[in-house]
Design a protein around this ligand. Structure first.
Ligand code: GDP
Length: 483
């Protein structure tokens, strides 16, 4: 990559002193190796979605991950979809952490994930086809939950039964697999490394239960278990050798002075407990879950960067107070190419919701924000931001309610900011942004309660700027320059 894309923003609004506290590393900084072979005195980092998913985490992780020895996925399954661009290539990754694009980065799938073995092998094959060297670089936790074809069938049958109350699942078996995990009957990663007769016994027993449920509860067609078993055997040979404990490996990285990047899937507003329940994903999207998923202490996780679009989107049903059902929303969808990476479904689009964003900052402990897709707002004559909500009876609501039937009725209270005339697309220096765009970022930062340290102005890696000059920002600048 050519150098000089990422220029110091010395002129931006300095984050309020209160945030400085949050940037103190949770433990003494350790040295990590840069890809260039030099050493940087830094620690681990976490990147999560700060809205309803699809915030552009893939680009941000990809941008930074070259400076880490390891990238970890800790929640969700192949319902997540990251689009990563590299040179002229475009990678859609669903299970494998985006760090795979960088040579030398080891990618971990931790115990809190639900992994479809066939999906994982398909993704590995695609990466190999694109010329990415993956040997010895993917590690699957023996404690991760496996998704079987019968989970997918159950997912489809259950969603079909819900009719108008559809949650909008991706139909990939994620929910039923997490349900089996909680019911303590799931198959886990180690099954892929077991001997074939044990695997057959355990897989058949579970899938027979699933088939019974499909027929008895949903009146659905059972899955052909011999076909499902043959498929599992085909992929077990490939995946068995990848199965290894994640926690001890991360502790080894740490002992070797190497830092780890934790990559969250979905976003805070889709979190099982803190999102718009029941229109949420089946796992936790909060940083704390990474520690539980990897089997490491929470102090190893590092500062949390929350990725947020300069506007808002969500896929599927559920509360979305700032949704625009008009030409402006359609314009955001078209300019932002807001169609799901995994499903191709059009995303619902709306203005930036500062109440939801601030809520996400608080519940997830987001230390700093990466704003993506600023360029999508180019050409908007004015830009709105929701700063409060009202209920139909006129009462004010200043945080995100727990009850989604209440959240569905929220009317956003907007503040209106001027748009900008010059495009921001591809801008890499804060000084080159139109004044209105700089003001917009300063405004968001104040409303959201965390400093904006990264701004993305296009899908490509180099269409990025790092904002501010604190310790975290300096480190981010080093990471993107080394990427
Ligand atoms: P993720 O799941 O959070 O990684 O998000 P997705 O990959 O589903 O969606 C992000 C999409 O937006 C991808 O197609 C990216 O290439 C694209 N993208 C990321 N950042 C920017 C940006 O700053 N501007 C524009 N125009 N597109 C972006």
């Amino acid at each position: 990559m050519a150098g000089g894309f990422y220029t110091a923003d010395l002129g931006s609004v300095a984050p309020a002193g209160v945030f400085r506290e949050a940037f103190a590393w949770p433990s003494p900084p350790i040295a990590i190796r840069s890809r260039a072979g030099g050493r940087m005195s830094q620690d681990s980092l976490m990147i999560i979605g700060g809205q309803w998913g699809d915030e552009g985490k893939g680009k941000v992780v990809d941008l930074l991950s070259g400076g880490f020895a390891a990238v970890v996925r800790y929640n969700g399954g192949n319902n997540a979809g990251h689009t990563v661009r590299f040179a002229d290539r475009r990678f859609a990754l669903h299970l494998v952490p985006s760090g795979i694009i960088h040579p030398g980065v080891t990618c971990y799938l931790a115990s809190g994930m639900v992994v479809d073995p066939s999906g994982l092998v398909g993704e590995m094959d695609k990466l190999v086809g694109e010329g990415v060297e993956i040997d010895g670089r993917i590690v699957l936790s023996p404690r991760a939950t496996l998704i079987l074809p019968t989970h997918r069938a159950l997912d489809a049958a259950r969603e079909g039964m819900r009719g108008a109350d559809r949650i909008g699942t991706t139909g990939r078996g994620i929910g039923p697999a997490y349900q089996d995990r909680a019911q303590r009957r799931a198959l886990r990663g180690h099954v892929l490394a077991d001997d074939p007769s044990t695997r057959r016994r355990d897989a058949m027993a579970l899938m027979e239960q699933h088939n019974h449920e499909l027929e008895a509860l949903f009146g659905a067609e059972p899955v052909d278990l011999e076909v499902a078993m043959a498929e599992l055997e085909r992929v077990a040979g490939r995946l068995g050798p990848l199965v290894a404990e994640v926690g001890p490996a991360l502790r080894r990285h740490r002992a070797d002075g190497e830092a780890v990047l934790f990559e969250g899937a979905q976003g805070v507003m889709l979190d099982l407990a803190w999102g718009t329940y029941p229109y949420v994903t089946s796992s936790s999207c909060l940083p704390g879950f990474a520690a539980a998923s990897c089997g490491i202490g929470p102090r190893l996780l590092g500062p949390v960067i929350g990725v947020m679009k300069a506007y808002a989107t969500r896929v599927g049903g559920g509360p979305f107070p700032t949704e625009l059902d008009d030409a402006t929303g359609e314009g955001l969808r078209e300019r932002g190419a807001e169609y799901g990476t995994t499903t191709g479904r059009p995303r619902r689009c709306g203005w930036f919701d500062a109440v939801a964003a601030r809520f996400a900052v608080e519940v997830a402990g987001i230390d700093a924000v990466a704003v993506t897709k600023l360029d999508v707002l180019d050409g908007c004559p004015e830009i709105r931001v929701a700063t409060a909500y009202r209920l139909p009876d006129g009462s004010a609501v200043d945080t995100f309610p727990a009850d989604s039937t209440v959240a569905e009725r929220l009317e956003p209270v907007y503040e209106t900011l001027p748009g900008w005339r010059r495009p921001t697309e591809g801008v890499t220096r804060i000084a080159d942004l139109p004044a209105e765009a700089r003001d917009y970022l300063g405004y968001l930062e104040a409303k959201v309660g965390a400093p904006i340290v990264i701004v993305s102005t296009g899908p490509r890696r180099e269409e990025t700027l790092v904002r501010g000059d604190g310790e975290l920002e300096r480190r981010l600048r080093e990471l993107v320059a080394g990427g």
